[in-house]
Every structure is written in C-alpha cells, then in structure tokens.
Write a protein of this length. Structure first.
Length: 118
C-alpha cells in the first residue's frame, strides 16, 4: 500500500471507530481503547449493524485482539478488521463481508440513462 494510502486508511479506521463510539454512547454503552490505542472496544453488545470492536492499526496480533475482546466485551459477536489482516478463522470467527474501497463505477458498467442527471 502506498504511504499516503496507509495514512488515509488509518484515518478512515479512526473515523469509523469514533462513529461506532458515538452510536454506542447514545445507547448507554461504555467503550474505550486498548492495545495502546490500536483497538476500540464496546463493553457490551452494540446495536445491530455496529461492531463491538474496530482495529485502528494494521499488523495487530490476532491473539491479543481476541484476548482484549474476550476480556472487555465477552458477549461480542462482531469485530471490524479494518485492514483485513487478522487471522480470526482459527478462533471460530468468520468474515461475512469482504470489500474493497469504492473508487467509483466499475469499468464496463454503464449508468442507466438519466442516472447521472443528463
């Protein structure tokens, strides 16, 4: 990943964690950071569609992330691996969605006539 992309990825992960923290707080759910600020965790289940944890740095130790999750949020059912680099399958976690950044309309796909305002 080019250096600028890595910085933007960390900023995007932090922004996502801040949003999740805000949603959690609005539901009375305490949360905090662990692993020297590299992981955000909710201390109880979050509303549907929001993870109980978000990684904020690439290259975290999967065992350490899962240990923090088990300790601070034992009822957790979701974890956002922001950099898609954790080994979670051996611990029974599955990746239900795997995506790529949206960089506009895919090549070869035409917009429906009038969809772009013309």
């Amino acid at each position: 990943m080019p250096r600028g992309d890595a910085k933007l990825a960390r900023l995007a992960a932090r922004d996502n964690a801040d949003w999740c923290r805000t949603v959690a707080a609005s539901h009375g759910i305490a949360s905090g950071f662990a692993l020297d600020g590299a992981l955000w965790l909710a201390e109880s289940p979050t509303p549907c569609g929001y993870p109980e944890a978000v990684t904020l740095e690439a290259g975290l130790d999967s065992s350490a992330v899962l240990a923090e999750l088990a300790t601070r949020s034992p009822e957790a059912s979701s974890l956002k691996d922001s950099f898609a680099d954790l080994e979670l399958a051996s611990a029974g976690w599955a990746a239900p969605v795997r995506g790529e950044p949206d960089r506009g309309r895919p090549r070869g796909v035409r917009a429906r006539p009038g969809a772009d305002g013309r």
